[in-house]
Design a protein around this ligand. Sequence first.
Ligand SMILES: [Zn+2]
Length: 429
Amino acid sequence: MVNSGGLKIYTNLNLDIQRIAEEEFAKADIFKDHPELNGAAIVLEIKTGKILAVVGGRKFSSSDQFNRAFDALRQPGSLMKPIVYLTAFDNGISPNKMFSDVPREYFDPWTQTIWQPQNYEGRYHGPVILRTALVNSYNIVAIELLKEIGVKNVIEYARKLGITSQLRETLSLALGSYEVTPIDMAKVYSVFANSGQKVNFSDIRKIIDNNDIEIEKYTYNTENIVPASSVAILDNILTGVVRNGSGTRARINGRTIAGKTGTTDDFTNAWFCGFTPNILVISYVGYDYPKPIGEHCSGGRVAAPIVKNIMERIFKKFPERFAQEEFPVPDDVVEVEICRESGLLKTDDCPYTVKQLFHKGDEPTMLCNFHDPDVNSLITKDTEELKLFFQEPEKQTIMSPYGIDSNTKKDDSSDSLKKLKNELKFFGE
Ligand SMILES: [Zn+2]
């Protein structure tokens, strides 16, 4: 309760959870060597609409009252990508659709310049299915997908989901080039946590005036924003991000957690948003002025451990309120075990498979022919690159020896891309 000019304000914040969030944020490893580095964290309870904890910075004091959780506008980097993918899944694009992750140049009509986006660590991975591209946060595929579904379309979804800051109609939108606040991003991801339902989150429970009359009371309500089926397909992939993608540092034993990393150019901002069907924790780390945090200070390394530590302590403290829960699978969605490389139905010859959700009727019906021993021998005879590209994509790290160095092999790779594209037709893309 806060006394303010005779008004009694009761908050939704939970003191235990607020303390946990403050402590775990403050003691993050990254702050030990970076005394001026700052950031924010927010904890939301999905099923009550309560903002349970808000960390507005490392040391909230009279000299620092800037609440970064609500007011800091920062580039989100790849934290933006799930909005692009959700728009795609909701507009008829399948999570096993094949895209080429190769160096490309784009003309930006707004700045009238040629733009050469890079993948993290400058590595490219050739033909990949959308699932793999999102799990590993490949930039080129996100841009190609944005191009295919249309920038306007994605901005419309971003607005519906809860982004209130300025977004421009450029391809760099896919890589999170436009600034957002942590609270807006938390609200967007809360729709993913809540099967497409938007919740009216609040940190205020009620306000009572000096005559003891209740003048404001929070009531939980939800609004259906996106079909549950499209969100389920996205969540299925975002659990893969934490299980074996860019967000493995947020893994907690015995828990199903979905999430996404965000890292901006030169490691200036590092983000992670993790969620279950009932709790969401977002963390952002960065300076208050434009300055890189440091080499390799990605969202996965810097922000994911903060989210993990906060969640882990909340789960321990409130084991029933935040019990383990799987993401719901709506009736109009089916789970199919696919080959991670071809995106087609798995066979006994497929080395890496994954259970993927599809809109009913949109699931693959063809068996994988990438790993058919007869077909495979045909392919490798014609193109050795194709075989190299198809080595274990989802487990492949950014340091993969199969990636192409964008600076040295550009021409070669676009040639091999043409070849690969022709080959892909053969697979019935
Ligand atoms: Zn296969």
